[in-house]
Design a binder for this molecule. Sequence first.
Ligand SMILES: *Cc1c(COP(=O)(O)O)cnc(C)c1O
Length: 226
Amino acid sequence: MQGLRTIRSRLREAETRVGRAPNSVTLIAVSKTQPEDRVRAVLQDGQRVFGENRVQEAQSRWTPLREEVGGIDLHLIGPLQTNKARAAVELFGTIHTLDRPRLAETLARLAQERGASPEVFVQVNTGREVQKAGCPPEEADALVARSRELGLPVVGLMCIPPDGEDPVPHFRLLREIAGRNGLSGLSMGMSGDFEEAVAEGATHVRVGSAIFGARDVSAPPVATGA
Ligand SMILES: *Cc1c(COP(=O)(O)O)cnc(C)c1O
């Protein structure tokens, strides 16, 4: 798929420009709400790392696809309700949206029962937007500490800068909080700003529309037949 090839080459250029090794940044192809033919086209081109923002949608899409195609690595990038945590722990290799102590406790308990845990990123609401998930920046240190104490494999921090603002100060704030907590993972950068995110140290970029094309927000989520 052309979109994927273009983004891969822009990503390699962005890495090279700032002296980072080619392919050192993980490209998460955000497949939420995309039609299956586009997802299959991207699979055909070898992409195996995908991001989804809803647990149920991800389950219905990827449970069958995974039987067909090996090596799929799923990342949850949308807010996680506690009552969906069990399904999330079973489905996703990485959860980018740990944002509160109670969710950390639930994830830790489920991981213990299962004998395996997804890797987690703590989501920080760097823009302090009321409508957005993520812990406030001043609570991030405590949440990282608590999550580690519970035994969760915390690998980094994630943010979604406010729409229409320069994302760079947000990327820098995230990097600063990660640095003082000894975290190397930075999940930041989307279709419109992933190159800037790479320049600021992103280790994981989450790119949807620039790979797959615009999402059809008017379409019903999934046809259920009948
Ligand atoms: C949808 C989404 C993305 C991808 O957005 P694009 O602008 O389509 O690249 C990235 N991160 C999160 C958290 C998202 O919800």
